[in-house]
Design a protein around this ligand. Structure first.
Ligand SMILES: *Cc1c(COP(=O)(O)O)cnc(C)c1O
Length: 384
């Protein structure tokens, strides 16, 4: 089966009721026929469910579907994207270890590197997204993994996965990709040599702004380490959220295609507007890493960034004028969403500090939804 078919047809086994659509297994534990079966399961001699902190049919269905998209042997699902990130670090890192990361990463991941991991004496080094020599030269004796996000948020910079995979193999460290922005449909980091791909399922995988969720996919060997940590620390995904997310995946390929085609059209029109200084979108030929984006992303995704003429004030005004777009911190929803980082998430930084992380005062981030593209454009046009 092709991945689109697997996303729909991979389901938990039918129960005695022969349901067509998978039911929700809201159970904290599972029962055993006799003492011998119970012993065999606990001794790992037999496969089966014991307790929902370890495994659950809905959660397994969700994992199987994402693994099918990303050509991964195994996976582990978590209650949120950040639970996936922290579970991965908890599974792979020990006191005294070091991590190399790209500079532009999700805010809470930055807090892990800056405040939380140092409490266990785990240090990190940031590298600019396009400085491959520095990525290699920052790897020390005690470096265990290299961590990146591509495309980056909100700058949409693209990092060459193949290039970094070669460096990591040479240096014998693990290569981790937060694949949340690209989704399992558009980018498959394991195919380019990454060891682990992780997602916040809260974004495009749910795609309708309902649940939190996260997932780690990798080799069986690495997921065994994740399991050894996660079984006893409890970041588990709930069966209900796994059921919601498994249903979402059935339409994920279709949704991502439309998000991407809508976003490409909006990016092209913004590029022609005299109210706009520049537009960034991975599959626009004007994108500085267009060739890399074409190589590793099937389509450009749903996020468009642009710089409005007139700086901070113009950015704020633009947001106030929007009527269809939602103003919310989420992304990857059926509803189009606009944010102005300089006046919100990054307002506490000085303009110089903002420029360091690639956020100019007039930068607007659009998460293009599934509304009709003409309605999306009309709203942008009148607000401009
Ligand atoms: C949202 C996000 C996360 C965190 O996911 P949650 O589900 O909110 O915990 C991690 N990485 C990226 C790139 C994200 O956009």
């Amino acid at each position: 089966m092709r991945e689109e078919t697997k996303a729909i047809r991979l389901q938990t086994e039918r129960s005695q009721f022969k349901e067509h659509s998978a039911p929700i297994y809201m159970t904290s534990s599972y029962s055993f026929d006799d003492a011998e079966e119970m012993r065999a399961l606990f001794a790992d001699e037999k496969e089966g469910n014991i307790y929902s902190r370890y495994s659950n049919p809905n959660v397994q269905e969700f994992i199987d579907k994402i693994c099918a998209f990303e050509n991964a042997e195994a996976g582990w699902a978590t209650a949120s994207g950040m639970a996936a990130v922290f579970t991965l670090f908890g599974s792979l890192l020990s006191a005294g270890d070091h991590v190399v990361s790209c500079r532009s990463i999700f805010g809470s991941t930055h807090r892990l590197f800056a405040d939380i991991l140092p409490r266990w004496n785990i240090s990190s080094t940031y590298v600019d997204f396009d400085d491959y020599d520095s990525f290699e030269n920052s790897i020390q004796e005690n470096t265990k993994l290299l961590y990146i996000e591509t495309p980056s948020n909100p700058g949409l910079d693209i990092i060459d996965l193949e290039k970094l995979a070669i460096i990591c193999k040479k240096k014998q460290i693990l290569f981790i990709v937060d694949n949340c922005f690209a989704t399992p449909i558009l980018q498959k980091p394991l195919n380019f040599g990454a060891d682990v791909s992780i997602h916040s399922a809260t974004k495009y995988i749910d795609g309708q702004g309902r649940t939190l969720g996260g997932i780690i996919v990798s080799s069986k060997k690495i997921i065994q380490k994740v399991e050894a940590f996660a079984r006893h620390t409890g970041p588990s995904m709930s069966p209900f959220n796994a059921w919601v997310l498994s249903k979402s995946i059935e339409t994920l390929p279709l949704r991502i295609e439309r998000h991407s085609s809508n976003a490409l059209e909006i990016a092209k029109r913004l590029q022609k507007s005299n109210k706009v200084k520049w537009v960034k979108y991975p599959h626009l030929e004007s994108h500085p890493q267009f060739e890399i984006a074409k190589k590793q992303m099937k389509m450009g995704g749903g996020i468009v960034s642009f710089e409005i003429n007139g700086g901070l004030e113009a950015g704020r005004n633009f947001l106030n004028q929007l009527q269809l777009f939602s103003l919310t911190a989420n992304l990857g929803d059926t509803r189009s969403i606009a944010t102005h980082p300089a006046s919100t998430t990054h307002s506490k930084l000085t303009p110089e500090q903002r420029m360091d992380v690639g956020i100019s005062d007039g930068l607007i981030r659009l998460s293009i939804g599934l509304e009709h593209v003409e309605d999306i454009w009309e709203d942008i046009e009148q607000a401009l």
